[in-house]
Design a protein around this ligand. Structure first.
Ligand SMILES: Nc1ncnc2c1ncn2[C@@H]1O[C@H](COP(=O)(O)OP(=O)(O)O)[C@@H](O)[C@H]1O
Ligand SMILES: O=C(CO)[C@@H](O)[C@H](O)COP(=O)(O)O
Length: 479
């Protein structure tokens, strides 16, 4: 029996699954936490990966491995391959000003600039994108910026380390993660060296600067020192879409640190408003995606306020009526990206003596999360992408209340696959496919699932939308 490993190096932790390449059966799994914060030294990811590999008893019997990782993180390397400074993660909003500056540098107005970035790279710029972090670096740490000889993403860097390389010219990436940089065009499959030069305030070109080679979906990136095949890897969302085998009409709703709604498309997608990113997927197609900065931690925060565990938070939320007695939670706890309000804070509306119960507070957190995701579903649909059913994954999908209410608040049938590591599973699918030398992903039997149906929670959704719109206007006028 050939074994393959899939890795998810995500925001909060590193997870490794070992699966049977033929049947997909789970053989072993382990995880290790990542440090908190939005600035993390890549060495911490490497240590967490080594700890997880140790946790699965090593990889000596594994024939192929793939790494999926949190998107966008800026890993700057010098000529020798050393990390220049801790990585700025996707949820670090210090580059919000740089995103606005770069947007205006491509157009006379914000709208024209956004449209120009969408045209060039498939996506409008927000602080999450790597290119904005590079501009922030050039503006704020020019000496460090001058030493940058290569830029990689978290999954690129870990893949390179797994191969035992220290030569920056051997860095690789894949289409899905390259499409989140802001300097790669998913339509043409080419890097935009001109945009990277614009961000760094210096002319960079392939003969003097290294960007990872973009591998095709099921190409080999090389081998580990012990001989296992290394697959290209991918961004974590493309990994989950691959693991779920997402098809037409289906959306992935991921409730990790970020909240993500994504669907697969055969052709590149361009959203002139910039709300939906026009990413590539891990199979050769495209992955239009709306992403929030706040998701599972909305529940974590309310759990901490109420001093309960996740199970009790769910019990409380399900004991309250829909609408949480009038409480509406707008959950912009870490600023927000969708809508693009990096300096926003969260709010709680409708507080009265009657509404301020533990049950209503728990319910408002769950409703705030699901209504926030419903907004992302609408954004994806507004591009003409059919979304008729959703798969709910990520740590937040383990919440009993979320699982019970998702169908009503997302307004469509929702399938919750049995709890598992869907990003790492997608990476394992990629590893098995590369091992077989196939050009289409291997298909493993689906996992046991529960469905969440239900009528649309119209009143709670419109109360949320009303307050969210009011908050958006307030934060925009504060700018
Ligand atoms: N039963 C649960 N109910 C609600 N949230 C949960 C539950 N179990 C885990 N979580 C949350 O899921 C999150 C981790 O999910 P994960 O998808 O691994 O995130 P990431 O991929 O961003 O690291 C944490 O915020 C954790 O508190
Ligand atoms: O920025 C994005 C997508 O554009 C995030 O989805 C990151 O990729 C982090 O993912 P999680 O750790 O929340 O899974």
């Amino acid at each position: 029996m050939a074994l393959v490993a899939g890795v998810d190096s995500s925001t909060q932790s590193c997870k490794v699954v070992v699966r049977d390449a033929e049947t997909g059966a789970l053989v072993r799994q382990a995880s290790a936490p990542h440090p908190a914060g939005t600035e993390v030294h890549p060495d911490a990811w490497w240590q967490a990966l080594l700890t997880s590999i140790e946790g699965v008893g090593g990889l000596d019997d594994v024939e192929a491995i793939a790494v999926a990782g949190q998107q966008h993180g800026m890993v700057c390397l010098d000529e020798r391959g050393d990390v220049i400074r801790p990585a700025l993660l996707w949820n670090d909003v210090r580059s919000a000003g740089a995103a606005s500056d770069l947007t205006r540098e491509l157009g006379d107005t914000d709208e024209a600039g956004r449209a120009a970035w969408v045209d060039a790279t498939g996506s409008g710029l927000v602080a999450s994108f790597t290119i904005t972090k590079l501009r922030w670096l050039a503006d704020n740490e020019p000496e460090a910026a001058a030493r940058v000889a290569a830029v990689a993403l978290p999954h690129d860097w870990l893949t390179w380390k797994l191969r035992g390389s220290s030569d920056i010219r051997e860095l690789t990436t894949d289409r899905s993660d390259a499409s989140g940089t802001g300097y790669w065009d998913p339509s043409s499959g080419e890097y935009r060296w001109d945009l990277l030069s614009l961000a760094l305030w210096r002319e960079v070109s392939p003969d003097r600067f290294v960007l990872p080679t973009v591998l095709s979906p099921f190409a080999s990136a090389g081998r580990t020192p012990s001989g296992a095949v290394v697959a290209p890897g991918c961004g974590d969302n493309a990994g989950a879409a691959l693991g779920l085998g997402l098809g037409p009409g289906q959306a992935m709703v991921s409730l990790g640190t970020s909240g993500v709604v994504a669907a697969v498309a055969d052709a590149p997608v361009a959203d002139p408003t910039g709300i939906v990113a026009g990413f590539a997927d891990a199979t050769g197609r495209f992955l239009p995606l709306a992403c929030t900065l706040n998701a599972s931690r909305i529940l974590d925060a309310m759990r901490a306020v109420l001093g309960v565990d996740h199970q009790e938070l769910s019990r409380l939320a399900l004991a309250a009526d829909a609408g949480a007695g009038g409480l509406v939670h707008i959950p912009y706890l870490e600023g927000e990206r969708t809508p693009d309000l990096p300096a926003a804070t969260g709010s709680l509306f409708g507080m009265t003596l009657a509404s301020m119960t533990r049950e209503n507070l728990a319910r408002a957190a769950v409703e705030g999360l699901l209504c926030h995701m419903a907004g992302c579903v609408s954004a994806v649909r507004s591009l003409g992408i059919p979304v008729e059913e959703a798969f709910l994954v990520g740590g937040g999908a383990r919440s009993t209340a979320v699982a019970a209410l998702a169908g009503s608040y997302l307004g469509m049938p929702v399938t919750i696959p049995s709890p598992g590591e869907y990003v790492a599973n997608g990476a394992a699918v990629q590893a098995a496919t590369v091992l077989q030398g196939a050009d289409r992903p291997v298909v493993w039997p689906p996992t046991v699932e529960v469905r969440s149906e239900g009528s649309t929670a119209t009143e709670a959704l419109s109360a949320y939308d009303r307050h969210a719109d009011q908050e958006r206007r307030r934060h925009l006028s504060d700018r």
